[in-house]
Ligand binder design. Structure first.
Ligand code: HEM
Length: 193
């Protein structure tokens, strides 16, 4: 065809297909779109994401992909949301951490797989933010954590996909396994009792 360059994304296609069931399990486990929307449920999920990012982020910042990850950090956004929902910084600092999330950053493939999962969460985040608009307890401007990029969500996602595809081309099995591990860890951490 004239003028259209279709880029293949074999790794991203694999990631989507091979982790689709885990995505759906996490979406169902969090039940963020169930009605009535509960402020408490959101607070619990946000605390869980805080624990994940608090362990993952410093470890990922030591990895080979620190520069790529810098503008994709989510911890400050989660903390802002928690404060706007009434938590004091001292309580935030004392929240439990998912130490195992740091292990995901031990290899390049691990960072790429986890980044796929964490960045992909911004896509559902836009849906969640729209669904909640109008709730009295929604932080002003919406949740920074669930919707960190606003109208740049699509642009960011395309950049992330291209980066993972390029860097992970020779590590497809390992990146896919790491994405699956990331989803598993998130599901068990965020739905623990
Ligand atoms: C209620 C919760 C959620 C909803 C409603 C939801 C919904 C969605 C939707 C609609 C998409 C597709 C967007 C598009 O193709 O433009 C998507 C993609 C994605 N979501 Fe979720 N999501 C949720 C939670 C999560 C969570 C918690 C994570 C991970 C922490 C996650 C990770 C991903 C990933 C990695 C993709 C990209 C799939 C691909 O490769 O195309 N989602 N989600």
């Amino acid at each position: 065809m004239h003028g259209v360059i279709e880029r293949a994304h074999p790794l991203l296609d694999r990631l989507r297909i091979e982790t689709a069931a885990q995505h759906d399990a996490l979406e169902a486990g969090l039940a963020l779109l169930d009605r009535p929307f509960s402020r408490n449920r959101f607070l619990g999920v946000l605390k869980g994401f805080h624990g994940f990012h608090a362990a993952w982020e410093p470890a990922a910042a030591q990895s080979a992909y620190a520069e790529f990850l810098m503008p994709r950090r989510r911890l400050a956004g989660v903390e802002r949301d928690l404060r706007s929902m009434g938590l004091a910084q001292a309580d935030i600092d004392a929240l439990p951490r998912c130490e195992a999330a740091a292990d995901l950053a031990a290899t390049s493939a691990g960072v790429l797989g986890a980044s796929y999962v964490l960045e992909g969460s911004s896509l559902g985040g836009a849906v969640i933010t729209r669904a909640l608009s109008g709730e009295a307890w929604l932080p002003e401007g919406g949740f920074a954590h669930f919707n960190p990029y606003g109208d740049q969500t699509g642009v960011r996602w395309r950049e992330t996909r291209a980066f993972i595809e390029r860097e992970g081309a020779h590590l497809q099995d390992e990146v896919t396994a790491a994405a699956a591990r990331s989803f598993d860890l998130l599901l068990s951490w965020l739905t623990r009792r």
